[in-house]
Design a protein. Structure first.
Length: 140
């Protein structure tokens, strides 16, 4: 059977294969539209953007930081504390929202687990406040 010749697709097999291919048509259309959207945006930006830039428009905006000459300049640690605190509470919300939706159907195990989880996060937050890690300092 190693050298057997395959039968050509006929009738029902050909229709089934065509319907399988057509099932991917919406994804192909989505990919083409996404590509065209990105392409048109980039080309439109190239042709429609202003050509003359002033000194203030060409300087880097560092979002509260003084602009440094190099790209590898130091960033103050206070930004990291706010970012990490935001991420921790964001992850907490990601766990609490599904929990609150199914709260009435759950037993005591998940309720105790989520209570321990929230307690640990609150202890860490209170520690941040006690150590005054979230007090905003003026930039030097």
């Amino acid at each position: 059977m190693a050298g057997a010749i395959r039968e050509p697709l006929v009738g029902a097999n050909r229709k089934r294969m065509a319907s399988d291919v057509l099932a991917y048509l919406p994804m192909a259309i989505l990919a083409v539209v996404a590509f065209l959207l990105v392409y048109v945006t980039l080309v439109g930006n190239k042709f429609l953007s202003p050509k003359r830039g002033s000194v203030s428009k060409l300087t880097n905006y560092e979002c509260g930081e003084k602009a440094t000459p190099g790209a590898r300049g130091p960033i103050d640690v206070q930004y990291y504390m706010y970012i990490l605190t935001f991420l921790i509470f964001d992850v907490e919300a990601m766990f609490l929202i599904p929990f609150s939706i199914k709260f009435k159907e759950l037993g005591w195990g998940p309720i105790v687990a989520i209570t321990v989880f929230v307690t640990l996060i609150l202890v860490g937050f209170l520690w941040e406040i006690k150590k005054k890690l979230l007090n905003w300092r003026a930039l030097e």
